[in-house]
Design a protein around this ligand. Structure first.
Ligand SMILES: [Zn+2]
Length: 103
């Protein structure tokens, strides 16, 4: 058992749901929902775990694990935005091909 798991075993309802930390700032599922009601949904998409306030397991998440989801959201948004550039480049390449005089 590593130190995070040992600490979690001692405070089983008080550790982060995904990394087992008991030391850093943590938010309950209820607090997360009040701050950002789509965050619990995104935690499920990112970590593949469902946090339910009625769980008999810990419903806490640490700041770092929540931050991972926020960064992931930003990367998704950036990738989607960059597709506009990719589409424009593809169109430009296609039109240059079309306009090229035949030898
Ligand atoms: Zn964590």
């Amino acid at each position: 058992m590593n130190s995070a798991a040992a600490a979690a075993a001692n405070n089983n309802m008080d550790c982060c749901r995904t990394c087992l930390t008991v030391r850093s700032l943590r938010l309950s599922a209820e607090a997360i929902w009040h701050i950002d009601d789509s965050m619990l949904q995104d935690i499920k998409r990112y970590y593949k775990i469902q946090i339910n306030e009625r769980d008999k397991k810990t419903t806490w998440m640490c700041e770092k694990c929540i931050q991972n989801v926020i960064l992931w959201r930003e990367r998704l948004k950036m990738a989607l935005k960059n597709q506009l550039v990719i589409d424009w480049l593809a169109e430009k390449a296609a039109s240059q091909c079309k306009n090229k005089p035949q030898p």
